[in-house]
Design a protein around this ligand. Structure first.
Ligand SMILES: Cc1cc2nc3c(=O)[nH]c(=O)nc-3n(C[C@H](O)[C@H](O)[C@H](O)COP(=O)(O)O)c2cc1C
Length: 246
């Protein structure tokens, strides 16, 4: 079993660094976060600091040109240049640009080629806010999204309980392809989870007006970036941590 020990895990150390950056960022913006949240973060940092000193992680400052510099580069550079962007300008994304990305995503592989993934493009700001409020993981930036793409999977084509994960597997592949397609179309985005408890799930179905025979896979907030913006750094494992030759 892998132990996520603070003194040895670079991932845990990175997480503590992110918490430090979170406090610093809000204090620089003179934005008061709830005292309860601040206390919990500080408690976690102090606990960590009793074992090891970590530095606040820096967000990556970039420009729109720099961020999309590799969209026509070989796949390794293209793939590496995609990041979750949580800061959008007010510029409108034409629906046609999102549809053009989806047109690429039609090539997504799926089990038995059943193509169960569906995409709903929301363009009304109030409706986007309502959906994002229920989603709950984009409080600080979701309201800036110019478009929101909700990805679902249709369950009707599956043949039995043994296929219970297939919609999510196919949907996940579809969602990743969509992130790349949006990136290729110079649209900044952030994928948002839809792993909801039943109550939230029902509310989302209702507010999105999506039939109950479809399950939520994820949603993607989209926008054009501002001229200058910051990107959250998300630490990755080394290859030998995840790759095992048997
Ligand atoms: C299924 C899924 C759900 C996610 N949900 C959220 C979310 O609710 N809020 C958020 O800010 N980021 C969310 N993310 C983005 C991850 O935090 C991000 O992909 C990860 O830190 C790696 O960073 P990168 O996308 O910049 O490479 C989600 C990512 C995935 C794949």
């Amino acid at each position: 079993m892998i132990k996520y020990d603070l003194s040895t895990s670079d991932q845990v150390q990175h997480a503590i660094g992110v918490l430090k950056e979170y406090l610093l960022f809000h204090s620089k913006q003179e934005f008061k976060i709830s005292s309860q949240l601040e206390a919990r973060i500080k408690k976690t940092i102090n606990l960590a600091e009793s074992k090891i000193t970590t530095k606040a992680t820096n967000q990556l400052s970039t420009t729109k040109e720099e961020y999309f510099r590799n969209i026509n580069s070989p796949f390794n550079l293209f793939s590496d240049s995609r990041k979750s962007i949580r800061n959008y300008s007010e510029e409108d994304i034409p629906i046609e640009s999102i549809k053009s990305a989806l047109n690429i995503v039609l090539n997504t592989p799926s089990a038995c080629n059943r193509q169960t993934s569906r995409a709903y493009i929301f363009k009304n700001k109030n409706q986007i806010k309502e959906i994002i409020d229920i989603q709950g993981g984009a409080g600080g930036f979701g309201y800036l999204a110019n478009k929101l793409v909700v990805i679902t999977a249709e369950l009707g084509v599956f043949g039995g309980a043994h296929e219970r994960y297939q919609a999510y597997i196919d949907g996940g592949i579809f969602a990743m392809n969509m992130l790349y397609a949006l990136h290729a179309n110079s649209i900044a985005c952030c994928i948002l989870n839809c792993s909801n408890a039943p109550g939230k799930d029902k509310r989302l179905h209702k507010i999105c007006e999506i039939d109950r025979n479809e399950v939520f896979i994820a949603m993607i907030s989209c926008g054009y970036p501002t001229d200058n913006f910051s990107i959250a750094t998300s630490h990755r494992y080394e290859l030998n941590r995840i790759c095992h030759i048997k």
